[in-house]
Design a protein around this ligand. Structure first.
Ligand code: ADP
Ligand code: PRP
Length: 180
């Protein structure tokens, strides 16, 4: 049986990576995608595979990515390995761009979207505390905060403006509705 593919999306600082880690801790069988990113290897934060722009371009050319996009001056790739996982019946969760969802749905018609939200002031506070980006980069990320999702997607909204526990519970219910 084919596995299910989930994209977690939402503005920078809303808690996507944090929620992914907590979901994985509760469901070790959930496959989290390790993204290929042209980001400084020392950047910290999520576990990603750092590559140069040239290496990214080579992999793209070779068809190594199931999905890819650009944002924040970086290139992001989702390795084709997710297709093997889905074929094996694994549920797969990746941190995606809201701007790639149209293409993602075209390739994966069963795609489910977890849209994490929080108030702009909450995002600003969290990004400043996370400390991975400069003030200028934070401002650019906040400017994308209200980017709209394309129509026609299976979307569950997850509010993460309050305590993490509430958002994790909502996320687990969205991932595994049969268990609630
Ligand atoms: N509900 C929450 N309450 C307080 N801090 C949170 C909450 N959710 C996430 N954070 C913190 O906000 C920051 C941004 O979270 P992160 O998971 O990196 O967001 P994203 O991946 O969406 O950019 C992190 O420092 C994280 O610990
Ligand atoms: O098109 P958008 O929906 O605005 O998303 C743009 C990018 O921002 C996030 O990446 P990243 O994890 O680098 O940033 P973040 O941790 O600050 O969210 C997200 O995963 C996308 O790759």
């Amino acid at each position: 049986m084919a596995g299910r593919l989930f994209a977690i999306v939402g503005p920078s600082g809303v808690g996507k990576d944090t929620l992914m880690g907590l979901a994985r801790a509760r469901r070790p069988d959930l496959r989290l995608v390790r993204r290929v990113i042209t980001r400084d290897p020392q950047a910290g934060g999520e576990d990603f595979e750092p590559v140069t722009q040239a290496d990214f371009a080579r992999r793209l050319q070779a068809g190594a990515f199931a999905l890819h996009w650009q944002a924040h001056g970086l290139s992001y790739g989702i390795p084709c390995q997710i297709d093997d996982w889905l074929d094996e019946g694994r549920d797969v969760l990746f941190n995606g761009s809201r701007a790639v969802l149209g293409r993602a749905m075209a390739r994966y018609p069963g795609l489910r979207v977890l849209h994490v939200t929080a108030r702009p002031e909450t995002l600003a506070r969290r990004l400043a505390r996370r400390g991975r980006e400069s003030a200028q980069d934070i401002a650019a990320r906040l400017a994308r905060a209200d980017y709209a999702l394309p129509a026609g997607l299976a979307v569950t909204r997850i509010d993460n403006d309050g305590p993490l526990e509430a958002a994790v519970a909502a996320m687990m219910a969205a991932l595994y509705p049969e268990r609630v």
